[in-house]
Design a protein around this ligand. Structure first.
Ligand code: NAP
Length: 289
């Protein structure tokens, strides 16, 4: 039997429609659109493409897109001053600094300068702390998107065994925190784990965020398990995930690459911007998000 393919593209499109509806209610009530400011330093082609698609998605959701494109030789003080202005700007609900930043810029100093309540990427240590301690904050987009897909498959996540492969600050760690919050029994494995396969074999849910093409093998998977493939690896044969496609022969459900987790990230960014806007305006965030 082969796995149910989780259609992240369709899920993300539906989420974007719901965000669009909520954004138009916000605009009618508050008298301005929710605003997302995106800052790009330099001309990295991949970053430029991401910034363009984030801008398009923002406008399509009925929100204001504010783009700041700065030259590659922008200094730390100039970037900090821009973040301070965006923090103080009432029309800006979300601030996103596109990574990676040029080497001469202290990335951590820039990210921690963002007002945590406008930190729609959820990378600020205050938001990481809120997530770890169960306080409402802004959660990184990719792991939150994975959780939304998982909730759709498993309305009751409590008690399930979950293994997260990878412990980065942007995917692995927040993913593990979210699954723990859902009362899963969570194991995080990484490059120093002695026997990754032994852990994965026990899992009802596997989230792979490793960055190695086809890392998770068919014979590691418990029959019927749900597998979320976060990996985006560019190879000679095109975009591939961290999970060997043969895993679909034993898993119960699996996200494809492309078309699984990838489309969720920008949709959740839209969701986070709307949530930030509602909180700043003292409105409850719409339940459907
Ligand atoms: P990362 O920062 O490079 O982290 C990779 C993690 O994998 C690290 O924690 C590393 O362990 C672990 N790892 C490496 N080799 C391993 C091994 N042999 N066994 C077990 N664990 C191992 O990557 P990331 O930013 O989390 O991204 C992971 C993947 O997701 C990449 O393919 C990236 O392109 C993709 N991604 C996709 C989206 C999306 O929108 N779909 C968003 C973000 C990232 P150590 O900590 O011990 O080094």
């Amino acid at each position: 039997m082969s796995a149910r393919i989780i259609d992240g593209k369709a899920f993300a499109a539906a989420l974007r429609v719901r965000v669009g509806q909520a954004a138009s209610h916000f605009t009618a009530r508050i008298g301005r659109k929710p605003g997302l400011a995106v800052v790009l330093v330099g001309e990295d082609p991949a970053s430029s493409v991401y910034v363009r698609s984030k801008g398009k998605a923002t406008v399509a959701a009925g929100m204001e897109s504010i783009e700041h494109r700065l030259p590659a030789d922008t200094d730390q003080a100039t970037l900090t001053a821009l973040i301070d202005r965006l923090n103080a700007d009432e029309a800006v609900d979300g601030i996103l600094v596109q990574l990676p930043l040029p080497r001469h810029i202290d990335e951590r100093a820039v990210l921690t300068r963002i007002d945590p309540d406008k930190d729609v990427d959820g990378f600020h240590p205050v938001n990481a702390g809120r997530l770890a301690t169960g306080i409402d904050g802004l959660v990184p987009c990719t792991p939150l998107g994975c959780l939304m897909l998982l909730r759709d498959i498993h309305p009751h996540l409590a008690g399930l065994e979950a293994v997260v492969i990878g412990r980065s600050n942007i995917v692995g760690k927040p993913m593990a925190a979210l699954l723990l919050q859902e009362s899963c029994t969570v194991t995080t494995v990484h490059s120093r784990t002695r026997d990754v396969m032994a852990h994965v074999r026990m899992a009802d849910i596997v989230v792979a965020a490793v960055g190695i093409p086809g890392f998770v093998r068919r014979d590691w998977i418990k029959p019927g398990a749900t597998v979320i493939d976060v990996g985006i690896n560019r190879t000679e044969t095109g975009l591939v995930g961290d999970v060997d496609p043969a895993v679909a022969e034993v898993a119960g459900a699996i996200t494809p690459v492309p078309g699984g987790v990838g489309p969720m990230t920008i949709a959740v960014l839209m969701r986070n911007t709307l949530v930030a806007a509602c909180r700043r305006a003292g409105l409850p965030a719409p339940d459907a998000l």
